[in-house]
Write a protein that binds this ligand. Structure first.
Ligand code: UGA
Length: 443
């Protein structure tokens, strides 16, 4: 099958590569010529385990290629996946200008039947707008060509994107057209061992499914963070509570880890965009608004704990920071809790000495060179000469720690753990002041 993917960002590149890997002929198009040149050389612009070698193998096999030429891209595939970005507008709603520009490009260049597949996370009703845009563009050309638009949201987690694509819980396709159903079945056939995995539904239901799934997961996290904050004030250990509630299969263990708040390019943006969509149809989505505000507050808790530990005076202090990315196995720092913390520390006159296994280059790109940010080569150097340690991301390599050694390194024996990695009693036994999230000790 010949497939075109427009947009070689995270979603587009993973989708294109995984579809090429099962034998489809895939052409990925992007307007960014430098990115395309790097991809052609087998170099990928993002950090995603396993993706680079998969891109290289499929480029060598001739199944995966790249272009900046829109006419070539439109001519190539019967399936035209739109996987461009939908950055938030000022009011939090998703900005559709890139999606609609692609729709216009398809309308301007197509000469035969196409299925336009919305892969980007787009608000309910976008497929209708894509359809109108393509129709209008064709009309302006005086062409009457048949086409379909369907919604096929992605459910990829950064750091596990290939696994999620190849072994995802479901493949959602919003369409009423039998022709599209047939083509999508063919496209995803290698990934559908259980028939019920491929779920056909209405276009609007598919669009809403994507937002509802992310909002539900974000709700679980904010809910648990709320319980953690409460546990802290009540002298209860939220880790025991987590096990207690997670054992109920109706609740489950997944996504109920309390911490320093959720970040990334999806949850914050999607929860806000869904609340905005609700407002547009005059519905006050109180739960969604609360999920977001609980998360904003949670991202400030690390700084609040630190400030209290230092009696409000952080000026001139050096804070060691382990973990910059919003979660492990990615270099992504979008909306990361580490950023809220660092920015607050700088405002308070403190210095940050940070280490992250993957995100240091990204951190430098965001913040540039500055005196109050030192990026070091490993976690040991990060604590050298520091006053306190804060853990923002649960990278595997942070999970073991010689507490007695750490006590000797820190000027003030303060450890703030935003991911609840250690047993409080063990840390405290080494003479450290340990503050995690919801583990009995309220500062
Ligand atoms: C999320 C969803 O999990 C994917 O299913 C979805 O496809 C994707 O958004 C998207 O819309 O593209 P992602 O943002 O990559 O994926 O990362 P997650 O693994 O979901 O983590 C999100 C945040 O929640 C992280 O900051 C993580 O630390 C936090 N989290 C997660 C918690 O604080 N507690 C938990 O129990 C789980």
């Amino acid at each position: 099958m010949k497939i075109t993917i427009v947009g070689t960002g995270y979603v587009g590149l993973v989708t294109g590569t995984c579809l090429a890997d099962v034998g489809h002929d895939v052409l990925c198009m992007d307007v960014d010529a430098e990115k395309i040149a790097r991809l052609e050389a087998g170099e990928i612009p993002i950090y995603e385990p396993g993706l680079e070698s998969m891109v290289q193998a499929n480029v060598s096999a001739g199944r995966l290629s790249f272009t900046t030429d829109p006419a070539q891209a439109v001519a190539f595939g019967t399936m035209q996946f739109i996987a461009v970005g939908t950055p938030p507008d000022e009011d939090g709603s998703a900005d559709l200008k890139y999606v609609l520009a692609v729709a216009e490009t398809i309308g301007s260049h197509m000469n035969e039947y196409k299925v336009i597949v919305d892969k980007s996370t787009v608000p309910v009703g976008t497929a209708d707008r894509v359809r109108e845009t393509v129709a209008k563009t064709l009309e302006a050309r005086g062409e009457r060509l048949d086409f379909d638009v369907c919604s096929n949201p992605e459910f990829l987690k950064e750091g596990a994107a290939i696994e999620d694509f190849t072994h995802g819980a479901r493949i959602v396709v919003g369409t009423e057209s039998e022709r599209v159903k047939g083509l999508m079945r063919e496209c995803y056939a290698p990934y559908i061992r259980q028939q019920e995995k491929l779920m056909f539904m209405d276009v609007r239901a598919a669009e809403l499914t994507k937002y509802a799934a992310n909002a539900m997961l974000a709700t679980k996290i904010s809910f648990m963070n709320e319980i953690a904050n409460l546990a802290e004030r009540l002298g209860a250990d939220v880790e025991q509570v987590r096990r207690g509630v997670g054992s109920d299969p109706r609740i489950g263990y997944q996504f109920i880890y309390p911490g320093c708040g959720y970040g990334g390019s999806c949850f914050p943006k999607d929860v806000q965009a869904l609340a905005r969509t609700a407002a547009d149809v005059d519905y006050r989505a109180e739960l969604l608004t609360a999920v977001e505000s609980v998360n904003q507050r949670q991202k400030q808790t690390l700084f609040a704990k630190l400030r209290q530990a230092f009696d409000g005076d952080l000026a001139g202090k050096t804070i060691a920071l382990w973990g910059l990315s919003f979660k492990p196995n990615t270099d992504d720092m979008r909306d990361a809790p580490s950023r809220t913390l660092m920015e607050a520390l700088w405002d308070a006159g403190a210095r940050v000495q940070a280490y992250d296994p993957e995100a240091m280059r990204e951190c430098r790109r965001i913040y540039g060179e500055r005196d109050d940010l030192v990026l070091v080569g490993d976690r040991i150097q990060a604590v050298k000469g520091a006053d306190a340690l804060v853990i923002c991301t649960e990278w595997k390599e942070f999970r073991t720690l010689d507490f007695a050694w750490l006590k000797q390194q820190l000027a003030m024996p303060v450890v703030i753990d935003g991911r609840n990695l250690f047993e409080p009693d063990a840390v405290k036994a080494a003479g450290l002041l340990y503050f995690a999230v919801g583990r009995g000790d309220s500062l």
